[in-house]
Design a protein around this ligand. Structure first.
Ligand code: NAD
Length: 380
């Protein structure tokens, strides 16, 4: 792919979204200048910004642009200004509609502990040092979508609630294939998690994962674990894992657990991928896992590294630019090692004096972005 046919849709959104996206733009410009990695960039509004402009959290033209783009880089949506809006007009509906229409069924959440931040984890450094795992959550099926669902009143007047866990073989196979493909680019290990001991969907999940492995991925090491046991193992010895694949409900819980092993919300990227088309291109959306952080929006305090690392994931998974993705990740690692910290990364440090004594430099959003660009210059 050349610069002119890499199509990127940028949706900064609300709150700190536009602020952190501005810092990523610096790196995008740097990649164009120094590595000839260019993009045809379209930019649009989503969430509260779209409500302000169009009266809807996303409009059809934006969805169309997302469907046509090779990748969508997303900021965050929401904020107090739109909290009282009716359900269908909530800013988050914009993101949910994108996920649905793009059929983004595989949600990738890496949990990586940077050496410089090893103390930010609530677990002991010797447990999490060097941790680098990837959780893949099935995102478009399972108990959050299965029918029947709802709350009804029984004959005697008592109410009953029903949610249905439902998976087809195809839905399981496609998300497990993403896991195996990713493992081939990593440490070659997949752990598939379900509850085959008590759930029929778990039995089918295990059968399909095993069959797919046998047919196409026998070079990858596959293990199975009950999701509750995996929740314990993630805290006991998380480094035993490489890629973990699981359903929507277990993935929701396990990916939050895994991401918190790393300590900070401002550092965590994610990717959501769809099915490959005839050319092998997958629809894809990249976003930090944090929200729009209205409490710090507009103050220049936001940590831009989660958005920066989401951009690195985009380089790797949508454009096969592994070298450039490595560069961005190395720049983030080095800048942290050099002591640069946005306020969120200094949560456990008493005051500026203590930080300085430990060789830590408190910086704002823009300074962090500039430090990354400077480090990229030094690295090449
Ligand atoms: P949040 O992630 O926005 O903020 C939680 C806390 O973490 C806040 O104290 C915030 O200041 C801090 N924080 C988050 N990101 C940070 C960063 N990059 N740098 C430094 N500090 C950071 O979650 P919330 O407060 O529950 O939600 C705020 C708004 O964001 C709500 O409207 C919510 O609906 C929305 N939200 C959107 C998304 C999304 O767009 N995908 C995800 C979660 C929440």
């Amino acid at each position: 792919m050349t610069g002119s046919n890499r199509n990127l849709l940028v949706l900064p959104g609300d709150g700190i979204g536009p602020e952190v996206m501005n810092e990523v733009r610096k790196v995008i410009a740097w990649m164009g200048r120094k590595r000839a990695v260019g993009f045809d960039i379209k930019e649009d509004v989503v969430g509260g910004a779209a409500l302000d402009k169009h009266g809807a959290p996303i409009v059809g033209a934006t969805v169309d642009a997302a469907m046509e783009a090779d990748a969508v880089l997303f900021g965050s949506v929401g904020g107090p200004k739109w909290d009282s809006f009716p359900f269908e007009k909530k800013p988050e509906r914009g993101l949910l509609r994108l996920r649905k229409e793009m059929d983004l069924f595989a949600n990738l959440r890496p949990a990586k502990v940077f050496d410089a931040l090893v103390d930010a984890s609530t677990l002991k450094p010797e447990i999490v040092k060097g941790l680098d795992i990837m959780i893949i959550r099935e995102l478009t099926s399972g108990v959050y979508f299965g029918e029947p669902r709802g709350i009804t009143t029984l004959a005697g007047g008592e109410r009953e609630a029903i949610d249905t866990q439902r998976y087809t073989e195809g839905e399981i196979r496609r998300v497990c294939a993403v896991a195996f493909d990713l493992a081939l680019k990593r440490k070659n290990k997949v752990c598939s998690a379900e509850k085959a001991n008590v759930m029929h969907t778990g039995v089918l999940w295990r059968e399909v994962a095993t069959q797919l492995h046998k047919e196409h991925y026998s070079d990858v090491e596959l293990t199975h674990m009950y999701a509750d046991a995996l929740a314990m193992q993630l805290l006991r010895s998380p480094r035993q894992f490489d890629v973990i694949v699981t359903d929507n409900l277990f993935g929701d819980i396990l990916s939050d657990e895994a991401s918190m092993l790393t300590g900070s919300l401002g550092m965590l990227p994610s990717a959501s991928l769809g099915a490959p088309d005839a050319t092998g291109r997958r629809k894809a959306l990249y976003e930090p896992i944090h929200g729009s952080a209205p409490d710090i929006a507009g103050k220049g305090l936001a940590n831009p590294l989660a958005e920066m690392l989401s951009y690195a994931m985009m380089l790797r998974y949508s454009f096969d630019l592994d070298g450039e993705a490595d560069l961005v990740e190395r720049a983030v690692e080095n800048v942290l090692t050099a002591g640069y910290r946005t306020a969120d990364l200094l949560a456990g440090v008493a005051d500026d004096k203590t930080a300085a004594a430990r060789g830590l430099k408190k910086v704002g959003t823009q300074e962090m972005g500039d430090a990354i660009v400077k480090e990229l210059d030094r690295l090449v």
